[in-house]
Design a protein around this ligand. Structure first.
Ligand SMILES: [Zn+2]
Length: 254
């Protein structure tokens, strides 16, 4: 099993620095408690390269901590809390957001990289890749990676799908461009993590209790079932409305 936690921003409230989201912004104190839980339960936080190399002791429990979008709280709040505990995380950054209000600047990304964190692409514009023609799809994948490589001066070979949406075409395109780690957001524990399929992730939301967090990481009890049911329920309007219509519906609901 390889649980991959999916965070976005860490915000106390809507007035906090960064882009607050009522669903996905996790309170910094709750984030700290979640990290402490991982440490206490000997879940070793690793980066994708190490996890996918497959070389670890059988009794070792690996977990991957990941962040999407590139909110400024990734460096303001997450980095010190991770560093204090000797933990590492993967940061997936949408490159057109770089330097925007409330988002990471190039120097912030270099700080994350210098601290031993993973840097990956989350697209150039955050467009849902499935909606794009092939040329636009390739540009999203290639431009974002080139920009991130130029900023942090090292190869970038991981991609997290914007909005979690993508299928076979997106997988093949990313692989053809040299991406080695591909992450979606279908909830699951990655029982057998594979390179030729999107890795599953566990979205960590604002209202998740510590008990439910523990159940998700260990993939037992009811919370995994609730998460799968919620994902399935959200897939239905996505299919009926298309990505644009779904996004408008979600914005209205929130
Ligand atoms: Zn995103």
């Amino acid at each position: 099993m390889l649980p991959i936690l999916m965070y976005h921003g860490l915000h106390r409230d809507a007035a906090s620095r960064g882009r607050f989201d009522a669903v996905y912004s996790v309170h910094p104190e709750m984030f700290a408690r979640q990290l402490d839980w991982l440490v206490e339960h000997r879940q070793r936080s690793v980066l994708l390269d190490e996890a996918m190399a497959g070389a670890h002791h059988v009794d070792e429990r690996h977990v991957i901590i990941s962040f999407d979008d590139g909110d400024v709280s990734n460096v303001d709040v997450a980095l010190p809390l991770l560093a204090e505990r000797g933990l590492r995380a993967e940061f997936f950054i949408t490159t057109d957001f770089i330097g925007q209000l409330g988002m990471l600047a190039p120097d912030d990304i270099r700080r994350l990289a210098a601290a031993g964190m993973g840097i990956g692409s989350h697209g150039r514009t955050h467009a849902f890749l499935q909606d794009l023609h092939t040329a636009a799809l390739m540009a999203e994948l290639d431009d974002s990676r080139a920009r991130l490589q130029a900023i942090c001066g090292r190869p970038v070979d991981a991609l997290a799908l914007p909005g979690g949406r993508g299928g076979e075409r997106e997988l093949l395109a990313a692989q053809r461009l040299g991406y080695r780690h591909l992450l979606g957001s279908v909830p699951g524990p990655n029982r057998r993590p594979r390179r030729d399929a999107f890795l599953q992730r566990l979205p960590i939301t604002r209202t998740l209790t510590l008990d439910d967090f523990a159940a998700l990481v260990q993939w037992r009890g009811l919370p995994p079932r609730w998460m799968k049911a919620r994902h399935a329920a959200l897939q239905m309007p996505k299919r009926m409305l298309g990505n644009d219509g779904y996004q408008r519906l979600r914005e209205r609901l929130l």
